[in-house]
Design a protein around this ligand. Structure first.
Ligand code: PLP
Length: 380
């Protein structure tokens, strides 16, 4: 059996009857740039997230960077985020000219440890950017309480959390603004790059509309120095077809996660914890164990793909040497970087395939345990 990490082709086959005509219709209409499907998708995604505004952009990274810029956060300002995130989170902050200030992760949920945020606040802090990592939302009530107390903004990095909930409320609706990614492998993936900003603030939505479109609302009249970060009409057409399926797909991921959890429960490894406030959508299914690298090799030999999210924490990346952090600064993040491994998960991963992966993990773990047994016991 071959088990890929994600299976974009099988999902395409499911929706081909819907998505092919939607893409062809864009070509027939010819409204390739900020066409009808972009406006429609923005309306539909805002409604889905339960917010007033959605602005389609060309990637999750752009969504986050435009948020930072729209709030006039730049040189001399600091934004607090997690040390164990994907680099796009911190690039959005530093490419806007501001400084990312990192905080370690919670040992159970892998999200930013809210109890450590206040210690990272300085007079230059402008915002907190929690990342809803692996598809489980950060502890937003705790984060919002800190933000309120210190007069800070909250930006959600919801790139991995399309459709996730916190105490029943949707990702993208709990901060001042949120950035989503529609990278093909994300829970709501386009057929190329894409992203969106959600917000309830009409002025910020308007400013991001200007910034994504070279600073113009009226053609050739440029109110500000903008960028070219528009969501493609063809990608919006794909996303419009996919959005109505998202809840079912996320339920499929949750089903696969529950099966993994049941099959791996008795092994000496750590399966994901879902906080009682969260509806986890399992963008990734991340376990922790010793001998992680050897497990990945073993899985590969059995045709099973696996991944690392992420192998090197932000503060140990050469790109961020300038921040002046050292090894030891974020002990939980650092320890976990050596132990994490992401098993295949996608909506179409059925119980038989989950069982095949779980069986391979079990065989590896038991073989390792036997190797490590003292001679006397083994000889018994
Ligand atoms: C994918 C991702 C992004 C960036 O999204 P792109 O669409 O690839 O630019 C940002 N933050 C996190 C946590 C992500 O997983």
């Amino acid at each position: 059996m071959e088990i890929p990490f994600v299976d974009l082709r099988s999902q395409y086959r499911q929706i081909q009857q819907e998505v092919d005509p939607a893409v062809l219709a864009v070509m027939q209409r010819g409204d390739f740039i900020l066409g009808g499907a972009v406006t429609e998708f923005e309306r539909e995604f805002a409604a889905y997230c339960g917010v007033a505004h959605c602005v389609g952009v060309d990637s999750g990274y752009s969504a986050l960077e435009l948020i930072v810029r729209a709030y006039d956060i730049g040189p001399g300002d600091e934004v607090i985020t997690a040390a164990n995130t994907f680099i796009a989170t911190t690039l959005a902050i530093s490419n806007a000219g501001a400084t990312p200030v990192l905080v370690d992760c919670d040992p159970l949920t892998y999200n930013i440890d809210a109890t450590q945020i206040e210690a990272a606040i300085t007079p230059r802090t402008k915002a907190i950017m929690p990342v809803h990592l692996y598809g489980q939302m950060a502890d937003m009530d705790a984060i919002r309480a800190i933000a309120r107390k210190h007069n800070l903004l909250v930006f959600e990095d919801a790139a991995q959390a399309s459709g996730a909930r916190y105490k029943g409320r949707m990702a993208g609706s709990l901060g001042d603004a949120a950035g989503f990614s529609f990278y093909p492998g994300k829970n709501l993936g386009a057929y190329g790059d894409g992203g969106a900003v959600t917000t309830n603030d009409p002025a910020i939505a308007e400013k991001i509309r200007l910034l994504r479109n070279i600073g113009q609302k009226v053609k050739y009249y440029h109110e500000v120095k903008g960028f070219n970060n528009r969501l493609d009409t063809i990608q919006a057409a794909v996303l419009r077809v996919k959005l109505p399926h998202l809840n079912d797909w996320n339920a499929g991921r949750r089903r696969a996660a529950a099966t993994y959890a049941a099959l791996l429960a008795d092994l000496p490894l750590v399966t994901p914890t879902t906080a009682d406030y969260a509806e986890h959508i399992f963008h990734l299914y991340v376990i922790r164990m010793a001998d992680r690298d050897a497990l990945m090799e073993e899985l590969k030999g059995k045709g099973i793909a696996s991944g690392l999210h992420y192998p090197i924490p932000i503060h140990l990346q050469p790109a961020y040497a300038e921040l002046g952090y050292r090894r030891g600064d974020f002990p939980v993040t650092e320890a976990y970087a050596e132990e994490i491994v992401s098993l295949p998960i996608f909506p179409e991963l059925d119980d038989e395939k989950v069982a095949y992966v779980a069986e391979a993990v079990r065989a590896f773990v038991l073989a390792r345990a036997a190797e490590k047994m003292p001679e006397a016991v083994a000889a018994d």
